[in-house]
Design a binder for this molecule. Structure first.
Ligand code: HAM
Length: 468
């Protein structure tokens, strides 16, 4: 425990904010007079986009219910040290991509770049080890990485993720992979699963020695980042997207050849489950993932067509392309809870990037449900009719009708245009004449015909016509 505390202190000492902007200094900012624009790599999700999100959220709700997961919502801001200790100091995410700053209380904090570390923190903080194990949680929300913005790569992006904590059996690794696979294929995306095992600390010891020896012999051909990373975190070199490093790694020793008996047997069992369920997968011995907390099984899910194209033409830039299109990533992280100060707790999970899924849905022109249609439009002409029409609108709504209106417009032509756009079946029109006669006009929008109804019986009448 004392050792752990000392380690924690050292880590904290080493944290340097990427940029410190004292809150008080904001007063001295030169305020731009230009219309503010959304930040690079961020985007507004406009109403026209929402049907894609509605579809994904509905799929999340179905899938997590089917597999017995419970939702957890975690803060967007955390102590920076949480991510340094879990994702790893030498990873791109922590080293180059965190939105970190010192807050007013002098705390070094970061916008979350991912949520697995938070889940492990929450598991410890809330004593979830006292619950029946495994604990099955899911989350949905924005993550932040100061990445180079491009198609499918944003600085704020949404992830749907699931995590199972408290059980080490390979069946859970397989089930996690199957869940991610089912989520994507249920939307209609043809995908391929890539799997690897990166073993445990024991088998990685010897592998790292061999890997360092291999890369040392190629050191002059490595990119500057890799040269620096080699002594600190050699596994990261397999993750490098630089063209020259990608070529070198083709000949690098493979971790699967170094797996201990337990890790080997675990991996074999995971693959057997996948085969039993006929999940198409390929083994990728170079898949190490860009986060330090993984042990044993790691996987990524890619769109099938792009994977095939990449397999055929591993040309310059292909690695970079690969990194952009992975739809999902995950794996086992048996040491993370302990690293953060909890009890030994094996765990496994995945996250899916929702913007990337939406990009693919659009690219493949997949069916997405339209917004639910409205049945009746309430139109009005004149101030007193507007008051009565508003009341009628509320009555219809509370009676369970799918009703629409545009009280902001006064002209009938404009209102009928809106009604047409919404594709309603009927429009009820209330003008001064109808008001004084105690009637209301019913317009059948498809037939273009109109009839006069008794205002007091309109709800009953419409109910009959629509069979509400
Ligand atoms: P990750 O591979 O860093 O893993 O991210 C998972 C997914 O998030 C990616 O496959 C991708 O779809 C999406 N993603 C990542 N970066 C961006 C970006 N800049 N713009 C858009 N989408 C992006 C994790 O985050 C781990 N926490 C996964 C995990 C859960 N492992 C175990 N449990």
């Amino acid at each position: 425990m004392a050792k752990l505390k000392k380690k924690e202190k050292n880590v904290k000492k080493n944290i340097k904010p990427i940029k410190t902007e004292k809150a008080d200094e904001a007063k001295n900012f030169k305020v731009s007079k230009k219309t503010p624009q959304v930040l690079r790599g961020f985007k507004d999700i406009l109403p026209g986009e929402q049907r894609y999100w509605d579809l994904l959220y509905a799929k999340v709700a179905n899938l997590t219910t089917d597999y017995g997961f419970e939702r957890i919502d975690l803060p967007l801001l955390e102590e920076t040290s949480l991510f340094i200790r879990s994702v790893g100091k030498e990873t791109d995410i922590v080293d180059k991509e965190m939105f970190s700053f010192v807050d007013r209380g002098n705390e070094n904090v970061s916008l979350r770049p991912e949520a697995t570390a938070q889940i492990a923190r929450a598991y410890i903080n809330h004593g979830m080890f006292n619950l029946p194990q495994p604990v099955k949680l899911y989350y949905l929300g924005p993550m932040f990485r100061y990445d180079r913005p491009q198609s499918g790569r944003y600085r704020q992006f949404y992830q749907f993720g699931v995590e199972v904590l408290g059980d080490k059996q390979p069946v859970l690794d397989a089930q996690i992979i199957i869940m991610a696979y089912n989520f994507l294929t249920s939307i209609g995306l043809p995908v391929n699963v890539q799997v690897n095992s990166i073993g445990c600390n024991n088998c990685r010891k010897e592998y790292k020695v061999q890997l360092v020896n291999f890369y040392k012999s190629q050191k002059h051909d490595l990119c500057e980042d890799c040269k620096e990373r080699l002594p600190k975190n050699p596994l990261r070199l397999l993750d490098c997207k630089e063209e020259k490093c990608s070529a070198i790694k083709e000949d690098a020793p493979q971790i699967v050849d170094f797996l201990c008996d337990e890790c080997k047997s675990h991996f074999m069992k995971v693959l057997e489950f996948l085969e039993e369920l006929e999940i198409p997968y390929s083994l990728n011995s170079q898949l190490v993932r860009g986060l330090d907390y993984y042990t044993k099984t790691v996987f990524e899910i890619w769109p099938q067509a792009e994977q095939a194209a990449l397999d055929k033409q591993p040309e310059p830039g292909a690695e970079d392309k690969k990194a952009q299109i992975a739809l999902a990533g995950g794996g086992r992280y048996d040491n993370l809870v302990e690293i953060l100060g909890g009890r030994p707790t094996p765990a496994v999970g995945f996250s899916i990037g929702l913007e990337r899924v939406i990009l693919k849905i659009k690219e493949l022109n997949l069916a997405v449900p339209e917004k639910e249609k409205r049945d009746i439009f309430v139109a009005q002409l004149g101030e007193s009719a507007k008051r009565k029409a508003m009341k009628l609108y509320e009555t219809l709504r509370s009676e369970g009708f799918k009703v629409a209106e545009c009280f902001a417009k006064d002209g009938l032509k404009n209102q009928l245009e809106v009604a047409n756009k919404l594709g309603v079946k009927y429009t009820l029109i209330l003008g001064q004449k109808e008001l004084s006669e105690g009637t209301i006009l019913l317009r059948d929008m498809d037939a273009g015909s109109q009839e006069t109804l008794n205002f007091n019986k309109v709800v009953k009448d419409i109910k009959k016509r629509l069979e509400v």
